[in-house]
Design a binder for this molecule. Structure first.
Ligand code: BGC
Length: 766
């Protein structure tokens, strides 16, 4: 007896200790201690002070139509501002913070935000490039580095990650996200959130709040035209567009940004279904939602409000907590509450969310940026990280074919190199769109890095720009051709202009090389030398006409400050290529939107892909274009290496598995395949797992990514790569809109990309 009661007491103690620990470790946004501080503060706030917390203004360079205001200091003193952005530098943020903490009645600190998209001072590769690394720890490290640099200047909120799924390369903002796949997009979203926020929001001075954006469906803009309508049925929304947001929320993201686009006729910034029902109720999100730039005011143009107050009311009641730049929460909410049009509870909920994030972030305890003078140069560790990130982001799309010997890596047979093209020496264009506090002066171009390499290795290097990126004259083409003629190999650096052609408000109807660059390529090809096309840009370009003619294609994206050194190390083979593309490359703009995880048709085109025009009715009455293939030029998940990997057939540990057990979480399927490095060089292979389900209550995509691994293999080495599939990987939103595993015929591929590889069949029984 005595022994038992003693052990019971011990158990109670243990439980108590355990629950105390649990409390101490509660997710910061659910921490009772935070909640108590919020409640205490809110009990002292007037309605006006509460509304004050719900406004955000850009106090620096505008990134959208400006408000014309400049009196932010006075507004902070009056308690009318919860957050400011586009303000950076410890002195600047501390100055504004001092106003909040000395002159405002309640001394609530200002939360400073910024578009930290791929770095703060140190510019890393653009997100679509980083995604091509499929390296989650690497992506996380770049976000951590950005957070460290930003927090030192008082910026504690990144408007990142952009987790919009982008299936249409016309959309300029494809460059800001992880590409077309929801599974990879979700994994990358979580990596960014962990990187910015750290293990626990606010646990360190360099933990900054993440903002998953743009919620939701912004990437599905019709025609790829920015800000345009998105029509996304609920099943598609839940299966393709929402998963990265959900992953960000599950990873603890403190904030989300509501998008510009109308979503199924209800603008995303007034969409109660997505903001309140899904995000806040179903997912239990406890952070806050900021609108996108004037997206509340834009509800008027979008046709669901005839005046500012109505726009403010609709946005707030739908679930937007903070107004970026419209000024409508500030001007209208007070009167709306007094008139009974907006309940006080809605204001309180929004204010609680904003203050919760500020407390959890530690802003009340450490409101100021450290006063240390800003370091003038970049941190060596961050530069090194930027180089490694670029090396993993650049993708080798072609290296030789039946009519061209592989020109890469540049070996001892090369004595002279012609670097041609408008992107060979353009520092600003190495950085990409949204460069935060990045400085083109820090960017090392391909020309700069190649010059150093050529000097060391006694190579002759000539550089000719040839043409401008956009427009310009063809006067430089002749000299470019001449330099090609006099060299052993041509590195042809072409592509897009970062600021004008990629990012926000940069949709393109034509996806070829801009300006006179195609002419430059064709002219240089006439010199008859091996041409390595190095393509910079923020999206896949249509390279169909030239891809067969050049000897190699390197997709360089906008690789960041270490562009040149990373490219030289890759081109010379000092490091191996490992990146794989996360967007499908169109052969023609007319294929867009283009993505691998499409549904099958009743008339799949199968292998008639090649014949133009169709030879007979079997070839004609199938789902195809009469003038172009269906397939992409390069498929999702594709990328080459200097070595070769061979995949063995996948094997599953069960020939069949029960849907019931999968749904209950009591069964899992293990699938593995042997991957062997059969080349002569060490390399890293991104091994991809895809599934296909047939016989289900709704049609499922022909393939869906459900796993991936980066596997380092020395020359000759092989490894069994194993994946586990359970409920999370095999369930989908069925015909009754339940997220379940159904009995089905399951095909599993373990493959190097989305269009090849062998598979194993597994039956999913009742
Ligand atoms: C963009 C957002 C950005 C915001 C603030 C908007 O125009 O859509 O992605 O975070 O501006 O600069």
């Amino acid at each position: 007896m005595g022994g038992q009661s003693c052990s019971r007491a011990a158990l109670v103690l243990l439980l108590l200790a355990g629950s105390w620990q649990l409390l101490a470790q509660a997710a910061p946004l659910s921490d009772p201690a935070v909640e108590a501080r919020v409640t205490a503060l809110m009990s002292q706030m007037t309605l006006e002070e509460k509304i004050g917390q719900l406004n955000q203004f850009s106090a620096g360079q505008p990134t959208g139509p400006g408000t014309g205001r400049t009196d932010y200091g006075e507004m902070v003193a009056r308690g009318q501002i919860g957050s400011l952005f586009n303000l950076s530098g410890a002195r600047e943020t501390n100055h504004m913070q001092r106003i909040a903490l000395t002159r405002s009645r309640l001394k609530i600190p200002v939360l400073f935000g910024l578009d930290i998209i791929h770095g703060y001072r140190t510019t890393f590769p653009v997100p679509i490039a980083l995604a091509s690394s499929w390296d989650l720890p690497l992506i996380e490290q770049t976000a951590t580095a950005a957070a460290e640099e930003a927090a030192k200047e008082g910026v504690r909120w990144a408007f990142s990650p952009m987790v919009d799924i982008a299936r249409d390369a016309r959309w300029g903002r494809m460059t800001e996200g992880a590409g077309e796949d929801p599974y990879l997009g979700a994994a990358i979203a979580a990596a960014y959130v962990h990187g910015y926020q750290g293990e626990r929001l606010g646990a360190s001075p360099s933990s900054i709040a993440a903002c998953a954006k743009h919620y939701v469906g912004y990437g599905a803009a019709e025609g790829g035209r920015d800000y345009n309508t998105s029509e996304i049925p609920e099943r598609l929304l839940r299966q393709v567009y929402l998963p990265p947001f959900r992953a960000a929320v599950n990873a603890g993201a403190a904030t989300l940004m509501s998008a510009f686009n109308p979503l199924n006729e209800v603008p995303a910034s007034a969409n109660r279904f997505t903001l309140s029902q899904i995000l806040k109720q179903e997912w239990g999100f406890r952070g806050f939602v900021v609108s996108d730039w004037t997206s509340i005011k834009e509800l008027i143009a979008q046709g669901i409000a005839n005046d500012g107050p109505t726009a403010a009311r609709k946005a707030l009641l739908a679930g937007v907590d903070m107004d970026m730049e419209s000024g409508l929460f500030l001007s209208a909410l007070g009167e709306l509450v007094r008139a009974g049009a907006v309940p006080m509870s809605a204001i309180d909920d929004a204010v609680r969310r904003v203050l919760r994030v500020k407390f959890a972030l530690g802003l009340f305890d450490h409101p100021y940026a450290p006063d240390a003078p800003a370091a003038s140069g970049l941190e060596a560790g961050h530069v090194e990280l930027a180089r490694r990130a670029a090396e993993e982001s650049v993708v080798l799309l072609k290296n030789g074919d039946a009519s061209h010997a592989p020109p890469l890596p540049l070996g001892s047979q090369v004595h002279s190199i012609a670097l041609v093209g408008p992107l060979g020496d353009s520092a600003i264009n190495m950085l990409g769109s949204w460069i935060g506090k990045g400085d083109p002066a820090d960017a090392v171009t391909l020309r700069a890095a190649l010059t150093a390499y050529a000097a060391q290795h006694h190579l002759q290097l000539t550089t000719e720009k040839g043409v401008e990126i956009i427009g310009g004259s063809d006067a430089g083409i002749a000299a470019a051709v001449e330099s090609a003629r006099r060299s052993d190999v041509v590195l042809l650096a072409v592509g897009e202009n970062a600021a004008e052609m990629t990012g926000e408000a940069a949709s393109r109807a034509h996806l070829g090389l801009p300006g006179l660059q195609k002419r430059l390529v064709e002219s240089v090809l006439e010199a008859g030398k091996p041409v390595v096309l190095i393509v910079f840009g923020g999206r896949p370009l249509v390279l169909t006409a030239i891809s067969d003619k050049v000897s190699a294609i390197v997709q360089a994206w906008f690789p960041g400050v270490q562009a040149g050194p990373a490219l030289v190390r890759l081109l010379t083979g000092e490091v191996n290529f490992s990146g794989k593309i996360t967007v499908s490359y169109p052969r023609a703009v007319g294929q867009e939107p283009l993505y691998y995880n499409q549904l099958n048709t009743g008339r799949p085109a199968g292998n008639v892909d090649l014949s133009h025009p169709p030879q007979n009715s079997d070839e004609k009455y199938v789902s195809r274009y009469i003038d172009e293939r269906n397939s992409p030029l390069f498929p999702f998940g594709y990328g080459l290496s200097y070595t070769k990997f061979e995949y063995g057939p996948p094997a599953a540990d069960h020939p069949s598995i029960s849907a019931r057990a999968l749904n209950a979480g009591t069964a899992k399927l293990t699938v593995e395949a042997e991957v062997r490095n059969i080349g002569a060089r060490d390399g890293v292979e991104i091994v991809e797992l895809y599934i296909g389900l047939r016989g289900t209550s709704v049609a499922r995509p022909v393939r869906e990514l459900k796993g991936f691994r980066r596997v380092a293999l020395r020359a000759g080495e092989s490894r069994r790569v194993e994946f586990t599939l359970g409920r999370d990987e095999l369930s989908f939103w069925n015909v009754d809109m339940h997220d379940v595993v159904e009995p089905a015929q399951l095909t599993v591929w373990i493959a190097p990309d989305s269009s090849s590889g062998s598979s194993v069949e597994v039956k999913i029984t009742e």
